[in-house]
Design a protein around this ligand. Sequence first.
Ligand code: NAD
Length: 509
Amino acid sequence: MTATALPTTEDLRTRARAALARVGVTVEEGGDFQARSPITGEDLFGLRAATAADTEEALAASREAFLAWRTTPAPRRGELVRRLGELLREHKSDLGDLITIEAGKIRSEALGEVQEMIDICDFAVGLSRQLYGRTIASERPGHRLAETWHPLGVVGVISAFNFPAAVWSWNTAVALACGDTVIWKPSELTSLISLACTRLLDRAAEEVGAPRDVHRLLLGDRTVGEKLVDDPRVALVSATGSTRMGREVGPRVAARFGRSLLELGGNNAAVVAPSADLDLAVQGIVFAAAGTAGQRCTTLRRLIVHQDIADTLIARLTAAYQKLPIGDPFDETTLVGPLITPQALDTMQEALVRAQAEGGKILAGGNRRLTDAAPRAGYVEPVIVRVDAQTDVVREETFAPILYVQTYETLEEAIALHNDVPQGLSSSIFTRDQQEAELFLSAEGSDCGIANVNIGTSGAEIGGAFGGEKETGGGRESGSDAWRAYMRSATNTINYSSRLALAQNVSFL
Ligand code: NAD
């Protein structure tokens, strides 16, 4: 199915300008690079990228602001985040518009992304009164042993196109509550939404009297990000994007003994056991595999189905895929919007050619759509490919809606297949058998940072820590105790006796 006609690029430009104006952004147009919309695949405005001098100035200002911000009591820092959350609520629809225009997300997912930003602000406000350290029993009489948590410094946030605002907010809301300052280098594909978020945070800072430079935005491509990666003033580089990017960023930050938090590619799988509720499984699988046009790090890319139910499940999935409305993401009936660029479409087509050469069989989808209405855009039918083995292409992340389906006989075999990929982000099992579910969640089960039961791999809540293992980078962001990555701890030993007792009964003097 194809939904109604697409908006024109001029419509999108007008809508983007209106949303930006309501948020308070006047676009400073320049000629360095273009803001673009995947809805038509055409350029919206020329923008100015940060120069080396801009970056240097931002680094110095951010470091200076940190010196003041770190001594601001944490609950006062929380007030800045609270105000940001209020402004995000007020401008939810504007920010949703910009996410749809730049990232091509359907309206409900774009609004969901803004909701995620609001949620993390709420979380971080609470956190600002809960940056707990432990008191530890000392082995020495008259001594107290304690752990304190201090702000870390400047946090460089490098973000990907597919969560152009939420990933920033996970990092920024928590980092600000923790007493850090932030410099943000967003994806070069999603600059407008970053201008809007930055304006709202600037407003919040003005209103609550926080230092102006607690947050800085640097637009541009990876060369701007590289400056943050290499600069020793950036205490933590939190980088979200492809494993290729992480492979470059991680060692460079480590070489200067900086800290990095890497949130990289996934190759997520779901196991469907014979006892699964298939109605629930079909819904969960279609959302996780085809939602966001397959462009979530947690997108379901591999389905591992028990051989006894494979034919039934595949028939239901192919029927559901044939009905997916593809088209204008602003149309409320659309479920699948465009891929981010025509190159993403090429990469998808190349992966399908490889998959077939490696023995795969396309069961549904794969055709390009809306080529006449939007020749520069990348609309495509989500694809299901049946494979007999986990070949090279299946073990890679192709950032597009391709679902590889394979079968298994025993759960041990399914878990082995599940874990036999280089990435380790998200996973799930559909089963009504508690033993199977518990085994999947156990130490000998899924090796991912996220393991779910009876829901798909995507759509995490902010309350839990988010991130993955192996080539996904090992970072954890958002909820739970992920805040610790944004602080440094100190262990304090306080002797309140009048005797110097040495640890381990060491005697000296
Ligand atoms: P990308 O790697 O092309 O770019 C991500 C960001 O890194 C951009 O801002 C880019 O300019 C910057 N960058 C690239 N190379 C760099 C370098 N050498 N030094 C400094 N900065 C550099 O990724 P993308 O196409 O924007 O996003 C899609 C990818 O992101 C997918 O692989 C997806 O799985 C992953 N992703 C992961 C998570 C997660 O939480 N694990 C979340 C969202 C996206």
